[in-house]
Design a binder for this molecule. Structure first.
Ligand SMILES: Cc1ncc(COP(=O)(O)O)c(C=O)c1O
Ligand SMILES: N[C@@H](CCCC[NH3+])C(=O)O
Length: 415
């Protein structure tokens, strides 16, 4: 459920018409709904009521500082994967004791920054990383709290690029290696093993893979008791899917019930790292039709947003619902919606049934609130779009549109 809806044939974000937003902020434009973000956060977090837990929003899904502040004010922690995300989270006022740090390639300075900020814990993904964290922590004369990320070898049944818990993936530690690493962690002077972690993939549309992973984690946790470690946290990662097209992922309440049931005999504090399920359907990208052209084999709708603005269709072949901002009736026809970038892979939709579109029509590309702007680039020297956050009848510019000057800002005049 989100707050993008038609009123008298015109698309609104909460109480503001998209047309009005475009008049003020132009296109391409990311529009987020604050009410939807709050609702999604609340729905997710309340699904775990009755059990000790922490909902740590995954910053990579949407790292706009206004979004992070909004969620932080609701009590959210965050899952980060870089020093840059740590910087954003702290600037947004997130309590460091609600920050968990995942990712296979943490650099030394990033580890130091996280230790300086006294984050809750690192989710460690290799033995060498564990040793590196110990070394940095001992130089700083502090203790580093850690979880080891287990790779449980469970198929999340999602796109291969976003499966992370299969043994062929680069993420986490296989069970026997994890066992050895926990033994090492116990010996390392500046490491305090406090948790166990896994994240098996993204856009999961059923609870079964999560439950399968939990079973493996639980039995491993049982074994860990032998080592006498004081494990307090179980981090289940993120991954709950959303509806882009016809998918019917479980409601967070159903997901929460199943997870709570699976963990009812343990005394662990649960950590969750949702990204997409909170932000995905809380945002749209608005684009304008530049030209339409029919060729003998295909129809093209050429719009002013491209793969640099929303990369998911090009990268994963992902489906994003596309609708005219002003409702249109009449016969549908089939077209590819493409951007101005010089790549055949630059499309927002292929073979899509659409009403007849004309130059200057505005289109809403739905489900763009997660992994939309965060994956945007300046490819083809295209300044990145603006981001706007709507709350009832108020709109704030959450990130200004880039201008040409921004393209050259970091480059030197070499000659
Ligand atoms: C470690 C980790 N946690 C959380 C997430 C968030 O995933 P999602 O947006 O699917 O909830 C990701 C991304 O897949 C991740 O890699
Ligand atoms: N970027 C991906 C999700 C990857 C999640 C990161 N582990 C997407 O757009 O769906």
């Amino acid at each position: 459920m989100n707050f993008f809806e038609y009123r008298n044939g015109e698309l609104y974000a909460e109480d503001i018409s998209i047309k009005e937003l475009v008049q003020e902020f132009d296109t391409p434009l990311y529009v987020y709904s604050a009410k939807t973000l709050r609702r999604h956060y609340e729905a997710f977090d309340s699904a775990f009521e009755g059990t000790r837990h922490m909902t740590c929003f995954s910053v990579k899904a949407n790292s706009n500082i206004c979004v992070l502040k909004l969620l932080g004010q609701m009590g959210a922690g965050v899952d980060i994967v870089s020093g840059g995300e740590l910087f954003r989270a702290l600037k947004a006022g997130i309590d460091p004791q609600k920050i968990v740090y995942s990712g296979v390639g943490k650099r030394e300075h990033e580890i130091r920054e996280a230790l300086l900020s006294n984050i809750l814990m690192f989710n460690v993904e290799s033995r060498q990383e564990l040793e590196r964290i110990n070394q940095v922590a001992s130089e700083m004369e502090v203790q580093a709290r850690i979880s080891l990320r287990i790779n449980p070898d469970v198929d999340p049944q999602t796109h291969p690029y976003i499966s992370t818990g299969l043994k062929k993936n680069k993420f986490g530690l296989e069970l026997e290696q994890a066992w050895e690493s926990y033994k090492l962690a116990r010996e390392l002077s500046n490491i305090e093993p406090v948790g166990i972690d896994c994240h098996i993939g993204s856009q999961l549309t059923s609870v079964e893979p999560f439950l399968e992973a939990l079973e493996r984690i639980k039995s491993f946790y049982g074994r860990l008791q032998e080592l006498g470690l004081d494990i307090k946290y179980l981090d289940l990662g993120g991954g709950l899917g959303i509806t882009y097209d016809q998918e019917e992922p479980p409601h967070p309440a159903e997901f929460g019930r199943a997870v709570k049931e699976s963990l009812k005999d343990t005394d662990l504090t649960l950590i969750l790292e949702p990204g997409r399920v909170i932000a995905g359907n809380a945002g749209i990208m608005v684009t304008r039709v530049l030209y339409t052209k029919g060729t003998p084999s295909k129809n093209f709708v050429i719009v002013d947003a491209a793969m640099n603005d929303l990369m998911r269709p090009s990268l994963y072949g992902s489906y994003h619902r596309i609708e005219p901002v002003q409702e249109k009736s009449g016969r549908l026809y089939t077209a590819d919606v493409v951007g101005p970038i010089c790549e055949t892979g630059d499309f927002l939709a292929q073979g899509r049934e659409l009403p007849r579109l004309e130059q200057d029509d505005l289109l809403a590309v739905h489900s763009a609130g997660a992994y939309g702007f965060t994956m945007a680039s300046q490819y083809n020297s295209r300044p990145r779009p603006a981001e706007v956050l709507v709350d009832n009848d108020q709109a704030v510019l959450a990130r200004r549109r880039e201008v040409y000057f921004d393209l050259l800002q970091l480059e030197e005049q070499c000659f």
